[in-house]
Design a protein around this ligand. Structure first.
Ligand code: PEP
Ligand code: MG
Length: 414
């Protein structure tokens, strides 16, 4: 079994040009595992804290004063690494070492172990379960916290190639409609510069209604059938819209606001109007009741908690008491360690929630989440749409398919 012999960490930069931490873990003096921590722009209130005192360097200093605790540890065991990290930092939000460092340590360990054992990471994590490819949920038009002024308030309009026979076809379909959408946007706004948000989605100067209408038209113009070839989804990231002081969802760029009942009606009307198969955070992170009502009224749609669940097993248990979600975003860095994210995925399965493994808006070119998505039997993977750090995850799914680890696409219906 691979044992940790050396650890190193450093400051590197993410896709937004912000500092983050990267960890190298070497097992058996030979096998280098490496992981770089991603970071969010629309961050859930209950997520692990990224860095101690917001200082990436501080995370490195804390780790350096505890390096010896990792030497000799079993790198293939996420629980063993979790326990060492908890021994250094027992706070629930990783205030001492930072969630980013917890992420990088726990992923670098299994990365190294998979190399030592000569097997893909997905294989190491999957516990002999069958491996299917998650559907790529492409963010093809966006705004909110991921893009600048003038763009839609809605954070992400998503496309899912539900009719694709394999991952290659799925990716081709998403890229095709992304290109088609650019043409529509150029026609709509002569000053459109092909600007894109953090995840590669077009970031045009259009309001929410126009954005959805053009997204739908791009699918139809591409010759695809909505509902059988491709389907639409939305990440409202509604905690970013919510103003707790006046208890309203503020669509500032559209210069209007909605109270909770109006927000629920708005969400329901969009699900019906656009046959959405997926919605994420349609209400703010604490409103389990409204989320439950939306879930009840839209049983064919995957009603997903991101900021609401923050990859936290206890939040899933709480949300399930209300019947609040039918889908759950899995972002390892929200939890901190891989072990906690795996516990979360097991709880989601027990509660019959579909898992959607996700990147963050600030990313690296790492592709570990593709393996995690496959190993956790995720139905979908959110990885933006274009840009090196986004496509890195999608290309890894092609490789896993070529190596025979993936056998077909996930079943979205079960
Ligand atoms: C999201 O909200 O789903 C997302 C990926 O954004 P961020 O990483 O900014 O939280
Ligand atoms: Mg989200």
């Amino acid at each position: 079994m691979p044992l940790i012999t050396t650890l190193k960490s450093r400051i590197v930069y993410n896709s937004r040009g912000n500092q983050t931490v990267e960890v190298d873990i070497i097992t058996d003096d030979r096998y280098i595992g490496r992981a770089c921590a991603p970071s969010g722009a629309s961050v859930g209130k209950h997520e692990a804290q990224s860095f101690p005192q917001n200082e990436p360097l501080r995370a490195i200093q804390v780790l350096n004063s505890h390096l010896g605790k990792f030497i000799g540890a079993e790198a293939s065991d996420p629980k063993a690494i979790f326990e060492i990290i908890k021994n250094i930092d027992s706070t629930p939000s990783y205030n001492i070492i930072g969630g980013s460092m917890a992420y990088a340590l726990s992923i670098a360990a299994v990365d190294s172990a998979s190399k030592a054992l000569g097997i893909p990471l997905a294989n190491l994590l999957r516990n002999n379960k069958p491996c299917k490819s998650p559907f790529p949920l492409g963010n093809f038009l966006g705004g909110g916290a991921h893009a600048g002024p003038g763009t839609p308030d809605i954070q992400e309009i998503l496309v899912c190639p539900i009719g694709a026979a394999d991952i290659k076809q799925a990716l081709e379909m998403n890229f095709y409609v992304h290109r088609e959408l650019r043409k529509l946007l150029e026609n709509e706004d002569k000053s459109f510069t092909n600007g894109r948000g953090d995840e590669g989605a077009w970031a045009p100067r259009v309001n929410n209604d126009k954005a959805l209408e053009l997204a739908e038209r791009s699918i139809k113009n591409s010759g695809f059938e909505i509902g059988s070839d491709l389907a639409l989804g939305i990440d409202f990231a509604a905690s970013s819209l919510w103003n707790g002081d006046n208890q309203r969802y503020e669509y500032r760029r559209q210069e209007m606001s909605r109270d909770t009942d109006e927000q629920i009606e708005f969400v329901n009307s969009l699900v019906q109007r656009y046959n959405l198969i997926y919605i994420e955070d349609p209400v703010h992170e604490e409103d389990f009741e409204s989320m439950a009502e939306i879930t009840r009224r839209n049983q064919k749609c995957i009603v997903t908690g991101d900021d609401m669940l923050v990859t936290n097993k206890e939040r899933v248990i709480e949300a399930s008491k209300y019947g609040a979600c039918s889908g759950a975003i899995l972002k390892v860095n929200q939890a901190g360690t891989l072990y906690e994210a795996l516990l979360f995925s097991e709880e989601c399965k027990r509660k019959n929630l579909k898992i959607i493994t996700s990147h963050r808006s600030g990313e690296s070119v790492d592709s570990h989440i593709s393996h995690i998505a496959v190993a956790t039997q995720s139905k979908m993977i959110k990885s933006g749409i274009v840009g090196g750090e986004r496509v890195a995850k999608l290309n890894e799914l092609l490789r896993l398919t070529e190596y025979g680890l993936i056998d077909g696409m996930a079943d979205l219906s079960s």
